[in-house]
Design a protein around this ligand. Sequence first.
Ligand code: ADP
Length: 309
Amino acid sequence: MNKQNVISIKNLNKIYFKNTSKSINALNNLNLEVKEGEIFGLLGPNGAGKSTFINILAGTTIKSSGMVNVWGFDLDKNPRQVKASIGIVPQEINVDPFFTPEKLLELQAGLYGIKKEDRITNTILKLVSLEKQSKSYSRSLSGGMKRRLLVAKALVHQPPIIILDEPTAGVDVELRHNLWENVKLLNRQGVTIILTTHYLIEAEKMCNRIGILNNGNLVALDSTKNLLKRILTKKVTFFVNSQVKIKENLFDSLNIFENSSAKLVISYEKSKMNISKLISYINSQNIQIMDISTDDGDLEDVFVRLTKN
Ligand code: ADP
């Protein structure tokens, strides 16, 4: 095993309804590596293929082709070892309300066939800050605590890799931070983390590297720092006296939000385009610019742009 890569994906494809008129390419020749000790974010709009990817790793969806290696184990040859190397924290909160966190972890350990003397229930409860609630009914836990309990469940078999599927969807801001801290703590203890999210701010705060999926294609893969630098956008509104005709692809990175006889709203990447060229272009059509307002593009814009076909 290459020590650096704990997950290595080569030419991974998933086609649902293969060879039918309904066939869907959920993953297209995905190539991806996750390095030991990193927090890797997998981003993408709904339908991008994130769940398909996670389900393939979890062994609940069968890939169509390609190679998946987890912790040195080939998914085709050693599916059980692959499964044992990953802990998955699901999106849905599905904890039995009448069990205590302690009991739930013990049951989960039993499912994995972990002997009583090898269980680390209390350590895990401490790690997710639920030691005080270890003997309370799960139904009495807050939403955030239930999420942490799901993280705890995924840790029972001590996997070196944890996958969190939309960990903070529907969790309020304060609890979100709390959960992030817990995940970071886990990471500091050496666990490699993969998370899917569509909260860009979450990815920005948490992840060392980010991959962006769209329609089954990896449209970006870079360190969070580089990605943020690369995608710095500016949004500009021109108030005009007639509609501007803009040839497609004339300006690098230009994205048009609105183009009417009164207004042209665009965004562009600061590193790729110079606004003065666009102004000259508008002027050359004898269109008057009455006013201009600018606004630094936010991450949301960037995401929309990167995932635009
Ligand atoms: P995401 O998790 O990013 O929202 P998914 O992996 O769920 O994306 O979906 C990717 C594509 O595959 C979508 O077009 C979706 O409709 C399709 N898809 C997902 N699961 C199934 C399934 N079990 N059967 C058929 N099509 C599916």
